[in-house]
Design a protein around this ligand. Structure first.
Ligand SMILES: [Zn+2]
Length: 138
C-alpha cells in the first residue's frame, strides 16, 4: 500500500456514496429498483430503463480483472509510478466494470482474469475502493 493521496476521487452528487461506502467496509454499487440492473459509473437515471428509482446496494466486493494498463509516468501529481490501472468486472454482473487500481502484488503479477477483492484506502472522509488479489488457501 502506498500512503499517497486519493487516486481519482471525482465526486459528483451521484457518485458521492461510492467514495464513502467503504466507511463500513462494504462496496456499494447503484442498482435500479425497476429493472434490477447494476449501474456504474453512478448516474441520475437508469441507462437501461430510464427509471429514477435507483439507489446504492452493497455488493460482495469480488471480481475479475478485465483489462489493465501499467502506468509508468506520473500523470497524477504525488502518485508514484509505476502503478496498475484496471477495470474489474463485478461478480454480481460482469458487464459492470469498475475503474480502479490493483494493489497488494507485484505489477508483473497482474493478469487478465485474475480474481480480486476490494479494499479501501482511507483518505480523510473518503474511502477509495482499490482491489487486490484474492489469496488462495491458508
Ligand atoms: Zn432500470
Amino acid at each position: 500500500m502506498s500512503d499517497g493521496p486519493p487516486r481519482f476521487v471525482l465526486a459528483s452528487p451521484e457518485s458521492d456514496f461510492y467514495w464513502r461506502s467503504g466507511a463500513d467496509g462494504r462496496l456499494r454499487i447503484q442498482r435500479c429498483g425497476d429493472c434490477g440492473r447494476w449501474i456504474h459509473p453512478p448516474g441520475p437515471v437508469c441507462p437501461f430503463c430510464h427509471s429514477r428509482r435507483i439507489s446504492p446496494e452493497p455488493v460482495a466486493g469480488t471480481g475479475t480483472v478485465a483489462t489493465y494498463t501499467v502506468n509508468h509516468k506520473e500523470w497524477i501529481p504525488g502518485f508514484t509510478p509505476p502503478y496498475v490501472f484496471a477495470f474489474v468486472e463485478l461478480d454480481e454482473d460482469p458487464t459492470v466494470r469498475i475503474g480502479t487500481n490493483i494493489v497488494g502484488c507485484e505489477i508483473d503479477e497482474v493478469e487478465i482474469g485474475m480474481r480480486v477483492e476490494v479494499l479501501f484506502e482511507e483518505s480523510g472522509e473518503w474511502h477509495v475502493p482499490l482491489f487486490r488479489p484474492i489469496q488462495e488457501g491458508p
